[in-house]
Design a binder for this molecule. Structure first.
Ligand code: MEV
Length: 315
């Protein structure tokens, strides 16, 4: 029996969410231990079947939350004149949905990889990103492409929409604590609120976007200089700009304050905002574990620690 597999992982935006949609730079890194996997196997002449945490049944009956993926699968099959093919696709994922970790982009990347492997088609990296963004467009109309690019990369990336995309090695004497606020993030809503704000108050909104762009350049320099304290400050300034842009919320603000009170060098929301995850830059894993412990008492539901270089206290 023939089958196809595809894999991808979560992404964490270090800096540049929202402003990246408007042509400013962003830095994001893959969280390779948090994975999405897609497996496809033959089914004899039946309908196309999807198994996932949200839905089990015929792909054509899948709910609107999966409409981007259904659209993507149909688009690929149509482009290859394979609309009559039948198969069983199973999507499994460790990524929490709607938490700013790029679960939709990770699913799209894994689905494209699995379909191309299953049918034995050749897939270039740029084709992979272009296809994944078909599903991303269904979510918020105007994706920057950063989520898909990071989900498909094994290295941190630097991106300016439609202009620059390259890997940016990060070797910083610090680590990143990623915290799930436990509140559903609302990327689509947050992206359209920034768009509306830009239309109704162009000058002030553009200034915030430009400032976020400057902070991304500053962050790149601080990474190059191995300057965790500087990068922590940049996180804090970015968080205040994102809050002014209207994409944070009270719970995130409070949790971020707690992380700073317990010694984080800097903290900010990550991804679309209005809930979801936030990130804290911390000196080492020991401190990350202690801050995580304190944050869990305040409602954080899950934490991940990602070393950014050589951590002498790493276990
Ligand atoms: C969402 O993870 C990141 C945003 O910048 C949207 C995008 O880049 O398409 C908010």
């Amino acid at each position: 029996m023939h089958s196809g597999n595809g894999e991808s992982h979560a992404k964490i935006i270090l800096i540049g969410e929202h402003s990246v949609v408007y042509g400013q730079p962003a830095i994001a890194l893959p969280l390779s231990k948090v994975k999405t996997k897609v497996h496809i196997k033959d089914s004899s002449n039946g309908p196309r079947i999807l198994h996932s945490r949200y839905f089990d049944g015929e792909l054509k009956n899948s709910p609107t939350s999966l409409s981007g993926i259904k659209h993507l699968i149909n688009y690929i099959l149509e482009a290859h004149s394979m609309m009559n093919s039948s198969f069983i696709m199973t999507i499994t994922s460790d990524l929490p949905a709607e938490r700013g970790m790029g679960s939709s982009a990770a699913t799209a990347i894994a689905v494209v990889r699995a379909l191309y492997t299953y049918f034995g088609w050749h897939l270039t990296h740029s084709k992979l990103l272009q296809l994944a963004n078909i599903a991303e467009k269904d979510i918020h109309g105007n994706p920057s492409g950063l989520d898909a690019a990071t989900s498909a990369s094994s290295q941190p990336v630097w991106m300016i929409k439609n202009k620059e995309l390259f890997t940016l090695p990060i070797n910083l004497n610090a680590c990143l604590l990623i915290c799930d606020s436990g509140i559903r993030g609302r990327t689509g809503e947050a992206v359209s609120s920034v768009k509306k704000r830009l239309e109704s108050d162009p000058e002030a909104t553009q200034a915030l976007i430009n400032k976020l762009g400057e902070l991304a350049f500053a962050a790149r320099q601080q990474i190059a200089n191995d300057d965790p304290s500087g990068l922590g400050k940049t996180f804090n300034i970015a968080q205040s700009q994102l809050a002014a842009l209207g994409v944070s919320n009270k719970q995130l603000d409070d949790l971020i304050k707690t992380s700073l009170a317990f010694g984080a060098l800097g903290s900010k929301l990550t991804g679309g905002g209005r809930g979801g995850c936030f990130i804290s830059l911390v000196r080492n894993q020991k401190s990350a574990k202690e801050i995580a412990r304190q944050l869990r008492k305040k409602g954080v539901t899950e934490t991940w620690i990602q070393p950014l270089g050589n951590d002498p206290e790493e276990e």
